[in-house]
Design a protein. Structure first.
Length: 236
């Protein structure tokens, strides 16, 4: 705190310091509206085949199937999404081959950011934070998504780079190596993929709890918000 003098007498000037140097994010679900992207892709593709699906039943099946496929030996997210598409479709009596199932990975570059994502990222960048993404996708898929985001990121870590999918710890350990001793906050929506594993590694966490989900287990995030805008209010 410093003291400056003006015409009205002493003025106190308080120098604010940031608590963190880096803020990283999960991408799909935190920055990108993956539920709308996946749901719309399935509904539209099914409609072209004369099949009627609801977004809710698609998302429920996807949430059950994808994590199981990511547990096995590593393979690219593009291949995972193709098999997800085939298995989800088959559950509702819609049989498609691998080529037809490519509609799902092909749709990823069209999945939209949440309306508060780009303004919040811009505020954080203007406030001097370094920004990163830790994502369960391939490099080229994330690069396509980043073209929809308003800032350039200082750090991008993908499943392709580390050879595994969150909640395995490799993304977080690689980020720690890259970030070094800088002060780091990880912000994410998914309790399963990000909040629980980063908490177990004793990282500082902000939970972007867009759906108002209950907490599970002993992990306690530093902060909990319902939107990216609230995170930006706190940090910037």
């Amino acid at each position: 705190m410093a003291e400056a003098r003006g015409g009205q007498g002493p003025i106190l000037v308080i120098a604010m310091t940031r608590a963190y140097d880096y803020v990283t994010f999960d991408c799909y679900g935190t920055l990108i509206d993956w539920a709308s992207g996946i749901g719309d892709a399935f509904v539209q593709a099914a409609k072209r085949h004369g099949v009627r699906l609801s977004r809710d039943e698609v998302l429920s099946a996807h949430a059950e199937i994808e994590p199981v496929l990511q547990l096995g030996p590593y393979r690219s997210y593009r291949l995972v999404l193709r098999e997800v598409a085939q298995r989800v479709a088959g559950r509702f009596g819609w049989e498609i081959d691998e080529e037809e199932a490519d509609f799902l990975p092909a749709s990823l570059c069209e999945w939209p950011p949440f309306c508060d994502t780009n303004p919040a990222l811009g505020r954080l960048r203007a406030a001097g934070y370094k920004l990163g993404i830790l994502s369960n996708v391939d490099d080229d898929l994330l690069a396509a998504t980043c073209r929809r985001l308003a800032v350039e990121f200082d750090l991008l870590i993908t499943a392709e780079q580390v050879g595994s999918y969150k909640p395995a710890p490799a993304h977080f350990l690689r980020a720690r190596e890259r970030i070094g001793d800088a002060r780091w906050l990880h912000a994410a929506q998914s309790w399963f993929h990000d909040i629980r594993p980063s908490g177990e590694l004793e990282l500082d966490i902000a939970w972007i709890n867009r759906g108002g989900e209950p907490r599970r287990g002993d992990v306690r995030p530093e902060r909990e918000f319902r939107a990216m805008a609230e995170l930006a209010d706190w940090l910037a």
